[in-house]
Write a protein that binds this ligand. Structure first.
Ligand code: FES
Ligand SMILES: [Fe+2]
Length: 377
C-alpha cells in the first residue's frame, strides 16, 4: 500500500462520510451455519485450508539464536521448529521415527540434537537421525537417511516463520509471500520486535473470530467501552489482493482532514489497517505498532488464538516498556470483546434461530473471505 493508495483510501472514506454514506457491497449475503458447526466441514477445512495453505507458525524472535527450538500444536499436528547452526529455520513433525513418541516435550530451549524419551533415538536440529542405541543387532539394515524427522516446508519472511503443515512436500513460498511483502512494505514488519504474546482459548469457530476483524459496523456497539469512541461509526473500506484482504478503518480525526493538503496527512494517525492474511492470520496496524492475531482451529467450536504486539525495534527502550504493555492490554481487551461475542454466537448456532448468518452491505468483506475458503475447498 503505497502513499498514493493511502491518500486515495482516505479521500474515498472522507467522501463517503461527507455524504452520510458508507462503503457498500452490492447485495446482502448469507453464510450457512453448517460452515461453523459441522465436523465434516471442519475436517475438509483442515485438509485443504489449515494444512494445504501457508500458515504463520511463530515470530522469528521466538527462535532467538542458532540452536533455539520451539514446540507447538498447529493445524492438529505436533510441530517442532528449530534454528540450526546456519541460522536457517526448520519445521518438523515432533514425532519420533522409531515408534512415534513425542520427541521434544519442552516448549522452548536451545539444543543441537534431541533424544527421544522412549528409546533414545537421537535427531539433529536439522532433522537427521544421528543415533540409534544398539543399532547393530537391533536394526541391522536401517537407512538413517530415510528416517530423519518428517520435514514441513518452512521459511522466515516479514519477520515471521511461515510453514505448510504437510510433510514432505515442496512449496513455493515466493508466489504466496511476494504480493504480501509488496503490499505491507510500508509497515517494515521485519524491523519489529515481539514485545508481548499470549495464547487465548476460545469456544468459537475460527471463522467467526476473523470475521469480527472484517467490518466496522459493530465498533460503536461492541467496543463502546474500548476503541469504539475513537473510530468512525460504521465506516471502513476493503480491498482484496489475491485471497487476502486489506481493510482501512478511519479514526474520528477523518472529518477534520484538510482536503487541500493531502501531503500533510499522517496515514497511521488517521486510520488503522487490518490485513487479513489468508487463511488464519490478521495484522492490525495502529499508530506506532501492530498486533498479530493468529487463529489455530482445534475443533468446529474451539480455536486457539495467539495474540501478539509488535513494536519497532528502535522503540524498544526501558522508557517505552509500559507504553507497549498498555497497548497490548488495550488490544487484548478490545479483541476479547469480539471473542466473547463469538462464543455467544457459537453457543446459539444450533438453536434453530438461524439457518444462516446474514451479512449486510456493510459486511461484504465477510462474504469475500468465506468465498476464498469455499474456493480452496
Ligand atoms: S519411539 Fe522414539 S526412540 Fe523409540
Ligand atoms: Fe471488533
Amino acid at each position: 500500500m503505497n502513499r498514493e493508495m493511502q491518500i486515495q483510501s482516505l479521500e474515498a472514506l472522507y467522501g463517503l462520510n461527507q455524504q452520510g454514506s458508507a462503503f457498500l457491497d452490492e447485495t446482502v449475503t448469507r453464510s450457512p451455519i453448517g460452515r461453523y458447526t459441522s465436523q465434516t466441514r471442519f475436517e475438509a477445512e483442515r485438509a485443504a485450508v489449515f494444512r494445504g495453505q501457508p500458515i504463520l507458525a511463530a515470530h522469528g524472535s521466538e527462535l532467538p539464536e542458532n540452536g533455539s527450538f520451539l514446540t507447538l500444536q498447529k493445524s492438529g499436528l505436533p510441530i517442532l521448529l528449530t534454528r540450526d547452526s546456519s541460522g536457517r529455520v526448520n519445521a518438523f513433525l515432533n514425532v519420533c521415527r522409531h515408534r512415534g513418541a513425542k520427541l521434544v516435550h519442552d516448549e522452548k530451549g536451545c539444543k543441537g540434537a534431541f533424544s527421544c524419551p522412549y528409546h533414545a533415538w537421537t535427531f539433529a536440529n536439522t532433522g537427521e537421525l544421528r543415533g540409534v542405541p544398539h543399532q547393530k543387532q537391533g536394526f541391522p539394515e536401517i537407512d538413517k537417511a530415510a528416517n530423519g524427522l518428517k520435514r514441513l516446508p518452512a521459511v522466515e519472511r516479514l519477520g515471521f516463520i511461515w510453514i505448510v503443515a504437510t510433510p514432505d512436500i515442496d512449496y513455493d513460498f515466493d508466489t504466496f509471500l511476494a504480493p504480501l511483502e509488496q503490499e505491507m512494505a510500508w509497515i517494515d514488519m521485519d524491523q519489529h520486535v515481539l514485545v508481548h504474546v499470549e495464547t487465548v482459548e476460545c469456544r468459537a469457530n475460527w471463522k467467526l473470530l476473523l470475521e469480527a476483524g472484517l467490518e466496522a459496523y459493530h465498533f460503536r456497539v461492541a467496543h463502546k467501552e474500548t476503541v469504539g469512541p475513537h473510530m468512525m461509526d460504521n465506516l471502513s473500506s476493503y480491498h482484496m489482493f489475491g485471497p487476502h484482504i486489506r481493510s482501512v478503518l478511519p479514526r474520528t480525526s477523518l472529518p477534520d482532514l484538510d482536503m487541500t493538503a493531502p501531503e500533510t496527512w499522517d496515514f497511521r494517525e488517521l486510520a488503522n489497517v487490518v490485513y487479513t492474511v489468508f487463511p488464519t492470520t490478521q495484522f492490525l496496524t495502529m499508530q506506532d505498532h501492530f498486533a498479530w492475531i493468529n487463529v489455530d482451529p482445534v475443533a468446529p467450536d474451539h480455536t486457539r488464538i495467539r495474540l501478539g504486539t509488535l513494536a519497532p525495534a528502535a522503540d524498544i527502550t526501558p522508557e517505552k516498556a509500559a507504553h507497549w504493555t498498555r497497548n497490548h492490554a488495550i488490544s487484548k481487551a478490545t479483541l476479547s470483546e469480539d471473542f466473547d461475542i463469538c462464543v455467544d454466537i457459537q453457543a446459539g448456532l444450533d438453536s434453530g434461530a438461524n439457518d444462516a448468518l446474514t451479512y449486510g452491505r456493510y459486511e461484504g468483506a465477510l462474504d469475500r473471505f468465506n468465498a476464498e475458503i469455499e474456493a480452496v475447498l
